[in-house]
Design a protein around this ligand. Structure first.
Ligand code: PRX
Length: 576
């Protein structure tokens, strides 16, 4: 039996009750009425997410239920988050941060990370959250390109920054959370600045089109791109959280993503708080029992996670689930990579709930295609477009393809949270809009006769490993910096747990011999330099890497050879 033929009907019927009707009638403009201060004077997403709740009946409601490794717990009401972010906003202003300045965040998922994101928005400055597993090179690329003025980090992570500090003339201050002493040049204690700062802060009203955050993401070529979003995104954040994640007033919500990735910034910070929801943050590594204990302890009702995590939970077995009371759960969502029908089937069995897949990107800024509570699920499908989103399958000339035909997944441009700029790179930005009238996603997909969308693959060489987007060029560039590596070609190969894993084909420099030890050393080198998730789990030493006559690595050929597929047109392959 084909999984895609099985249709599960979800037992819940609320939120977006009638997708078809709402899709027909919906206007983005109508969402503005949910905001308190969407006026000519200006807007500020931090006002709508935190400050307004701190002055209404939600003020003593828990905004953040935080747990760190070692069972350390903290909780913050909306009023607490307002007070702390006001102080930090003042502290940042005292350091000279102004509207439009970039303040980057290199922090684990500690409360200060979330408070910083709010405080930066309050000034009208631009936040740049970075994943705490990044190595010095990845951090340098981002700080250099964005010309960040201030970095907020911890003494531990700052050790990686120390290696690159000299190359960052624009970086004026490093605020260290939890610094004891021995502060070096440019370093300041976060806590002492907060203690000095005034408690009263007047929020900066900004234009809806003023920038809010930059998140760097990978493409096939070049360094990571700075995808830039604006305060106006709040329209999309608010309503997609409400309808696609189905959040309601009494929910306890847990988004497992880190704000260094777009899911953690949008649906692990802004979306839930715009809706006045209490959210759980767990700052720890993946561990099946620990995850289940979080759901049980905090009585999590809505859970937003990723296919790799679900596959790892599946692997951990069904016996451990019996140890934890997970009956609080009522709605589960997933994003970032294809969600296998097997996982949905398993979820139904063990959690007694379907898992709702949804699709979007750093660039789209919010959920574009989703399975909604009121829509029957076709396992393996990403669902249907969100109201206000026109998604189609097109060919490279912009012609719409009929149902069942594979083509480019494209969106009619102009929804509220669409990226506004690739930071300092107009050419890269324009590439998204090369088909007139459309934003092209880089994904291939098809739509079925019922209007459901099915993911097929990437149209480019971008690798998706455990939901992390990795550019092969970045890994290749980092590899050739290793003294033993002359040339490298990097591809993604299928993996049952992580979707894809990274494989590198490496040509060694004269005098270096292939060995298991060298493989390990190279892997360690990439982990440290780039990021823990970006290292090649497989390495093959080879005599050459196929290239076109113009010198481009033919990754498609490497992949076809690896997977035993037809090699296609190789007429541009370099001879000899
Ligand atoms: O290839 C698609 C894949 O992840 C890409 C976007 O990655 P990123 O910008 O890091 O954002 C991830 C989380 C929003 C997409 O171009 N992707 C995302 N969701 C799905 C998916 N692939 C298959 N199914 C999904 N539901």
């Amino acid at each position: 039996m084909e999984y895609k033929d099985i249709i599960y009907k979800s037992p819940v019927k609320h939120g977006l009750i009638n997708h078809e009707k709402t899709y027909k009638d919906f206007q983005w403009e109508d969402v503005k009425k949910y905001f308190e201060h969407f006026t000519d004077e200006g807007v500020n997403i931090a006002h709508e997410a935190i400050d307004r709740h701190a002055t209404n009946s939600y003020k003593n409601k828990i905004a953040l239920l935080w747990e760190g490794e070692g069972n350390i717990k903290k909780q913050y009401t909306f009023l607490n988050v307002k007070a702390q972010s006001d102080k930090l906003a003042n502290a940042l202003k005292n350091l000279g941060v102004e509207k439009g300045d970039r303040v980057f965040l290199f922090l684990p998922r500690i409360p200060e990370l979330y408070i910083s994101i709010i405080a930066i928005a309050k000034i009208g400055a631009i936040a740049g959250p970075m994943f705490s597993a990044f190595g010095p090179e990845a951090v340098k690329d981002r700080l250099l390109n964005s010309e960040a003025k201030v970095l907020i980090t911890t003494p531990e992570l700052n050790q990686r920054v120390n290696e690159i500090k000299e190359d960052l003339p624009m970086l004026k201050h490093i605020l260290l959370v939890g610094a004891k002493d021995n502060l070096k040049k440019n370093e300041i204690s976060y806590e002492s600045e907060i203690n000095k700062a005034s408690e009263s802060f007047k929020i900066k009203w900004v234009d809806p089109e003023d920038y809010l955050y930059i998140l760097y993401t990978s493409g096939t070529t070049g360094k990571p791109k700075g995808v830039t979003h604006v305060h106006n995104d709040m329209i999309s954040h608010y309503i997609t959280t409400k309808w696609a994640l189905d959040l309601r007033e009494d929910d306890i919500y847990w988004c497992t993503a880190d704000p260094g990735w777009v899911t953690g910034t949008v649906y692990g910070t802004w979306g839930p708080w715009l809706n006045g929801i209490s959210q759980v943050v767990y700052n720890g590594r993946f561990d099946a029992e620990q995850w289940y204990s979080i759901i049980k302890k905090y009585k999590v009702t809505v859970w937003y996670t990723a296919p790799t995590a679900l596959r790892m939970l599946m692997k951990a077995g069904n016996e451990i689930i019996k140890k934890y009371d997970l009956s609080s759960l009522r709605y589960i969502c997933s994003v970032g990579e294809p969600l296998n029908p097997e996982v949905i089937k398993w979820g139904l069995k063990v959690y007694n709930l379907p898992i709702h897949d949804n699709w979007w990107q750093t660039e789209t800024g919010s959920i574009m295609i989703s399975n909604y509570p009121s829509l029957p699920i076709k396992p393996g499908s990403m669902g249907k477009p969100f109201p206000g989103i026109c998604a189609k399958i097109i060919n490279t000339k912009g012609k719409e393809l009929s149902p069942g035909k594979h083509g480019l997944l494209a969106l009619k441009r102009g929804w509220p949270s669409m990226l506004r700029e690739i930071w300092k790179d107009k050419k890269k930005y324009d590439e998204y809009f090369c088909v007139s009238g459309w934003y092209t996603t880089g994904d291939t997909a098809y739509m079925d006769d019922d209007g459901y969308f099915w993911f097929v693959g990437r149209a480019d060489d971008v690798i998706n490993t455990a939901g992390h987007r990795v550019g092969p060029f970045e890994v290749e560039s980092a590899l050739v910096e290793h003294k033993a590596v002359a040339e490298a070609g990097v591809i993604g190969i299928p993996d049952t747990e992580r979707g894809e894993i990274i494989k590198a084909f490496i040509v060694l420099n004269y005098g270096h011999k292939p060995s298991p030890e060298l493989k390990k050393e190279i892997q360690k080198f990439i982990k440290k330099r780039l990021a823990a998730h970006a290292y090649p789990r497989e390495i093959e030493f080879t005599k050459d890497v196929p290239k076109t006559r113009s010198g481009k690595i033919m990754r498609r050929l490497l992949k076809a050879r690896e997977l035993g597929l037809p090699t296609g047109d190789i007429s541009t392959l370099e001879e000899g």
